[in-house]
Design a protein around this ligand. Structure first.
Ligand code: CMP
Length: 503
């Protein structure tokens, strides 16, 4: 019963029960002083919290002085001041119990526990003061289920972080100073520098400060490089030529890294043959280090040692090798130019228009013709475009269409092998009178104006034959465009052709 009596005496002395603010103030000041005297070095700064609360107690008293006549203002100020003083007292008691006593006797309490108990001290003070003022604290929350739900919803992440933080403290998967991988990304590694009620803070090797909410950390699978032992394993991969015995290489490597910066003798380093690659035999070098924060330097210096040792033994680190098989491909079969000219001449023999030409003229025309192939749907010539060549269809099919006066398109004709088009612009120099589109893949023999001129000069009947075609096609065009049943015949076409070719 003695401790209870002691606590009761303490409470009675502090004036908590009888609502005496001045006695509570004295108790708070004494508690802060006791904490300052008993706290371990470096922990005294924790007294800042209760000291600030004591300072805040002056505010409601000062506010009450503005309304000297109002009795209610005086009462409210007294309750306010008492709340802060009481909170300072309770916080100091928490600090004395956890820091001055427990930390000295056992181990240092977690930051989260300290934070939570300090906030509970404030909450307990508020509950007591509200009770003294005749307000039942429970009714504040029970009064409105909606408000309670809203507060709970707003605080759910914060509360989640607090509970995860408490779970982390209880489970202790890491301590301050441990190197941890804090999520699935292997690059996310840092040294734990703080765990508070909301988040855990780590500093990465790049000296970046990362704050990880405790809730997130509670879900992640944490990899601790500093636990259970203070050392962690490092892996290096070294490739050597197939010609060198793996046994020899492994002995050389083990000898090389022995005593290298950060490489521990125990646990013992080891090397195993890891793979046969296109560069050679890959060796997996495993060793342990306690210098996790300097791991890049540890790895680098071990690699340097390995390089020099291999060089001393005449063992090369091979570059990528590949077996390449070369074989001579058969030369592509191309048609000889004479054979192509004969093929074109054979096609021209099928063109009725060229029947008036003698063999020499026709063969010359075939020799100078160019070959072009168009894909199905590709426009070969467009109405209105300039043009100085005509085309003989060797294979495939084309459609001839013209824009009519109503803004639509009229289909004029479909032409196939042995037929020709484009003669109108070639003979008169006028823009293309219609659009010609390949229906299927189409191979054309193209005759340019300069290749055509000698034929016209040598054979006057060619111009006359062409004129007949032109007249017929133009008549069909005029009918299609204007639906005029009797198009006006053209009489001067032959003269215009001769003028255009200056013959
Ligand atoms: P050109 O005017 O140079 O370009 C479009 C070509 O379409 C034209 O020459 C003729 O060769 C061809 N063409 C125009 N009208 C017809 C038609 N009614 N029938 C067949 N082909 C035509």
């Amino acid at each position: 019963m003695q401790p209870t009596t002691f606590v009761q005496q303490l409470v009675a002395l502090s004036g908590i029960r009888d609502g005496d603010t001045s006695r509570t103030l004295i108790a708070a000041v004494v508690a802060i002083a006791v904490f300052l005297l008993t706290a371990p070095q470096g922990r005294r700064c924790l007294a800042r919290g209760p000291a600030i609360l004591l300072g805040l107690a002056a505010l409601p008293l000062a506010a009450a002085m503005l309304f000297p006549e109002e009795a209610a203002a005086g009462d409210a100020a007294d309750f306010g001041a008492r709340f802060f003083v009481l909170a300072a007292f309770f916080q100091s008691m928490v600090l004395i119990a956890l820091v001055s006593v427990w930390e000295r006797l056992a181990r240092s309490p977690s930051a989260i526990l300290l934070d939570v108990l300090r906030w509970l001290a404030v909450a307990a003070s508020a509950a007591i003061i509200l009770g003294e003022a005749g307000v039942e604290p429970g009714t504040l929350f029970a009064g409105s289920a909606v408000v309670t739900a809203a507060i709970g919803f707003a605080l759910r992440d914060t509360l989640g972080n607090v509970f995860s933080g408490l779970a982390l403290q209880a489970e202790r998967p890491f301590e301050l100073g441990d190197w941890i991988q804090y999520d699935a990304n292997p690059a996310h590694i840092g040294r734990v520098v703080e765990v508070n009620w909301r988040a855990t803070r780590v500093i990465t090797l790049d000296e970046a400060f990362v704050v990880i909410p405790n809730g997130q950390l509670g879900l992640a699978s944490i990899r601790n490089f500093s636990k259970p032992d203070p050392w962690s394993r490092r892996s290096l991969f070294v490739t050597t030529p197939y010609a060198v015995s793996p046994q020899l290489v492994q002995e050389v490597i083990l000898e090389a890294i022995r005593g290298s910066f950060g490489v521990l003798d125990h646990p013992t380093p080891s090397v195993v043959t890891n793979a046969f690659t296109d560069r050679g035999v890959e060796h997996w070098v495993r060793f342990f280090t306690t210098e996790f924060d300097k791991r890049d330097r540890v790895d680098g210096m071990a690699r340097d040692r390995i390089w020099f040792a291999l060089a001393r033994h005449g063992i090369e680190i091979p570059v990528a090798t590949q077996q390449v098989r070369l074989s001579r491909l058969p030369a592509p079969v191309s048609e000889p130019p004479e054979a192509a000219a004969d093929r074109r001449d054979a096609m021209f023999q099928r063109v009725g228009l060229f029947a008036v030409l003698d063999e020499t003229a026709r063969q010359r025309l075939a020799a100078s013709a160019r070959e072009q192939t168009f894909a199905a749907g590709e426009p070969i010539i467009r109405q209105g475009a300039p043009g100085t060549s005509m085309f003989v269809i060797e294979t495939g099919r084309v459609a001839v269409s013209v824009a009519d006066e109503r803004g639509g398109t009229s289909h004029l004709a479909e032409l196939g092998p042995g037929e020709f088009f484009g003669e109108m612009s070639l003979l008169t120099g006028e823009p293309r009178s219609a659009t010609v589109t390949a229906r299927v893949e189409t191979r054309l023999l193209t005759i340019d104006k300069e290749a055509f001129r000698p034929c016209l000069e040598a054979e006057p009947r060619l111009a006359e034959a062409l004129e007949r075609f032109l007249v017929g096609r133009r008549a069909a065009q005029t009918t299609a465009i204007s639906r005029d049943p009797a198009p006006a015949p053209e009489h001067d076409l032959l003269r215009r052709i001769r003028e255009f070719f200056a013959i």
